[in-house]
Design a protein around this ligand. Structure first.
Ligand code: NAD
Ligand code: UD1
Length: 339
């Protein structure tokens, strides 16, 4: 059975490609490499000992997408391709809405033409917006997103719900990721952000290898046990496995349904620094600076629905997330570029 993986050369996509190949799926990756490197997929093949099909292109190109579906016997789709930098989305809203929303529309139209009706979509905990109660549950209202990136995910979720209402054959698992971190235990693939990382884990990892001098901790005056924000960090391999399980769900269900994928634990920024230091033996210099605009104090997942319906539960510990992050960063200080 062939799975089309959009954005499969990226961070989560490459880890998911490993799990798919290991589970016996044929994998067709489409990616325009705007935020990734072809090398990630070579390494996926090296570590699984299996071949995948890679087609370079942009999902916004409807004619090209039609050709992809016409020339491969696609059974289902996992849709990762998106722009994801929150700050950049505020200054480039047209690009974000075009790429994320129009790209998904083009994909849905191509799937419709090709008669493909099973889709797993990369959503985000960001769709709960700023007034949701923790732990986040799927039956809480969405909305109140504060940036074009978050709004693009919410618009797509609503589009998918409408499409599923109109087409009873359509089956969509909308996976709301919390904070994926870590890397494959082989140390061959991992997160490779372009430029200065926006997210905490890759920033800590780059400080550890000396690419950045110190970490700025955004805000030490939150109403949390140590004053820093709480997040639900989950191992990217657990997340990748969740996609394989979601494929099974879409094969056996109809309609569009959201699922939280998180561990259920909130960890503070200072706890993250301490956990990384313990796993790597490297000291992370940091300074507490003013809060980052738009940051929420703390949120974590209630993932019982994913457990009940997908059979998914996060298994890998925070220590494993740190050990695997360090193995990847230490072995690949320049990511996929040669050292
Ligand atoms: P990533 O940037 O590493 O991967 C996205 C991939 O999509 C990249 O390889 C990029 O080149 C490709 N891409 C982007 N636009 C494209 C287009 N128009 N056509 C073809 N390819 C295109 O990001 P990631 O961290 O792997 O995230 C994957 C998905 O998960 C995204 O949809 C993201 O919004 C979502 N998500 C990520 C996180 C996170 O913390 N990483 C959290 C919640 C949701
Ligand atoms: C951010 C995005 C969110 C997106 C998620 C995953 C914002 C406001 N939100 O969320 O929409 O879904 O990434 O891609 O950007 N931190 C520091 N110093 C740093 C970096 C982060 O102290 O250099 C802190 C943050 O204040 C936060 C925590 O670390 O408390 C985690 O930050 P980050 O990794 O950016 O994730 P989110 O804030 O959850």
């Amino acid at each position: 059975m062939s799975v089309l993986v959009t954005g499969g050369a990226g961070y989560i996509g490459s880890h998911t490609a490993v799990e798919l190949l290991d589970s016996g799926f044929d994998v067709v990756v489409v990616d325009n490499l705007c935020n990734s490197n072809r090398e990630s997929l070579r390494r996926v093949e090296a570590l699984t000992g299996k071949k995948l099909t890679f087609i370079e292109g942009d999902i916004c190109d409807a004619n090209w997408l039609d050709q992809v579906f016409a020339s491969h016997n696609i059974d289902s789709v996992i849709h990762f391709a998106a722009l994801k930098a929150v700050g950049e989305s505020v200054s480039r809203p047209i690009d974000y809405y075009h790429n994320n929303v129009s790209g998904t529309l083009a994909l849905l139209a191509a799937m419709n033409k090709a008669g493909v009706s099973k889709l797993v979509f990369s959503s985000s905990a960001t769709v709960y917006g700023s007034s949701a109660k923790v732990p986040y549950r799927e039956d809480q209202a969405t909305g109140g997103t504060t940036n074009p990136y978050g709004s693009s995910k919410l618009i797509i979720e609503n589009m998918l719900l409408d499409c599923a209402k109109a087409n009873p054959a359509l089956s969509v698992a909308m996976l709301r990721y919390f904070n994926p971190i870590g890397a494959h235990e082989s140390g061959l693939i991992g997160e490779d952000p372009q430029g200065i990382p926006n997210n905490l884990m890759p920033f800590i990892a780059q400080v550890a290898v000396g690419k950045r001098s110190q970490l700025s901790v955004f805000g030490g005056d939150y109403n949390t046990p140590d004053g820093t924000c709480l997040r639900d960090y989950l191992h990217v391999v657990d997340l990748a496995v969740g996609h394989v399980q979601a494929l099974d769900w879409v094969a056996n269900n109809q309609g569009a349904k959201p699922f939280n994928l998180g561990t259920g634990n909130g960890t503070s920024v200072l706890e993250m620094i301490a956990a990384f230091e313990a796993a790597s033996g490297v000291k992370i210099p940091y300074e507490i600076v003013p809060r980052r605009e738009g940051d929420l104090e703390g949120f974590w997942a209630d993932s019982r629905l994913a457990e009940q319906e997908l059979g998914w539960k996060a298994k890998l510990s925070l220590e494993r997330m740190m050990i695997d992050t360090w193995r990847w960063q230490h072995g690949n200080p320049n990511g996929y570029l040669p050292s």
